[in-house]
Ligand binder design. Sequence first.
Ligand SMILES: [Zn+2]
Ligand SMILES: [Zn+2]
Length: 548
Amino acid sequence: MSNNNLRIIPLGGLGEVGKNMMAYEFGENILIVDVGLMFPENDMLGIDYIIPDIQYLLDKRQWVRGIVVTHGHEDHTGAITHFLEQINAPIYATPLTRGLLEVKLARSGLINKAQLITVNAGETVQIGPFQVEFFHVCHSIPDSVGLGITTPAGLVIHSGDYKFDHTPIDNWPTDYAKLAELAGRGVLALLADSTNAERHGWTPSERVIDPAFDEVFRTASGRIIVASFASLISRMQQVGNVAERYGRKMAFAGASMVENAKMARKLGYLDLPDELVVPIDQALKLKPKDIVLMSTGTQGEPTSIMGRLSTGTNRQFDIVPGDTVVLSSHPIPGNEESVYRTINRLFRLGADVIYEGIAPVHVSGHASQEEMKLLLHLVQPKYFIPIHGELHQLHQHAAIARQVGIPSDNIAVIENGQVVEFKDGKMQLGERVAGGYVFVDGASVGDIGPSVVREREALARDGFVLVNLTMDRNTSHLLGEPEIITRGFIYARNGDDLLSATRKLVNETVERNSSNGNLQGDLEQTLKSFLYNKTRRRPMVFITLSRA
Ligand SMILES: [Zn+2]
Ligand SMILES: [Zn+2]
């Protein structure tokens, strides 16, 4: 079942923030762009992360010619090991992105199986019928690229995550000339990042946070601990620069920070003098005012270094009064609660905490509205598909495209699984394919479905009621009183009346229905509605029945 239309199949990142993944299909050839993961929302209990559903690709795995990864963030790289376990194809990435992928692949033992190919920004590779041109874009990690993908059906531009920063930390702005050159050839479609489609104006340059850091280093009398993402190499550079200026030594805490910093320094993306960086155990022996530590844990994750520091459970060192903690990040939507809980705990331990709300210690890596307009003007695409964002962000991005003159009919606001086809230069919607969630829970992939998550939610919210019945096998009458156990549902002292009413109801229902084959199911339903009417809560109800 192949045809000569270009098919664009969003498998992640459209209708959500995270797990970005796009498939470009032409004939019996598929090019994958990005293989990301998404972190669960607070109420997805026990789920570590979520990866794209690649059901659609499994039947066509021999068509997959290559995987291009636009940059090293988890929402673009995080599912690579799960993907490679099922589909093996060459992976194309810039040097830093490749380095970050290697760290990940080595940890899961797949490094020998993976075929990694380095492509520098400005270079072109042929992947099946797709000619892919990598062009540099600014983002919050170095070595990010957007893609010009020449297909037999026309030229498509895939922006990746980008912003137009004129003064980036690595002095390497987005490649405007390449965008203009691609536009000159005529662009069939633009697929562009929608993350900040609701933000007016321009995203500030990464430089704007330098003065805030300078202020922190100028005034802090004790130790400084900066928390950030392990992949935020430019933040490491900024902290290193200011540490050098104020004569502090710098140390990295936590395996992912240490490994990423080492790799970025080796590849030349992080320029820190050898005498500036010391191992953490050595740093801890220095005077507090002579060191700055960098760690992970800006999102309130309990197992991260910052999370453990806030609860006094970190192995190597503790927060002490006089410490200054800088959370250099923006809480991912859904994480606000745990971030502020962490901040409160750090204050309680005597630290001074500086975070985005009170000082400009973080800027976004994504384009705002005016930059989106600039990209649309530069590229002048015939068709436009907003990507990377929840549905409201995709719609705002579409509105921006209409403002700059793209007709409504030439814009496709679509969610994961909705195929778009280009036939004879015209865009049309195709069929829907699987585009849902695969939950990863500890070691298990995909064993956990949405129903398990819903059950965990129900248990966490309203607890459970367990009813043990013992019946006379001959007479079908109850032997003794039903045993009722509750957990997380009612507070026992206030619950005595409810428990005896429940016991009475169980007795009556059993006596009335004892010959009914579905006694357990009926009793469960009866109890559920009874308990809901009494308490407005919906505990899970379990009935066990034994005959003696
Ligand atoms: Zn990114
Ligand atoms: Zn992203």
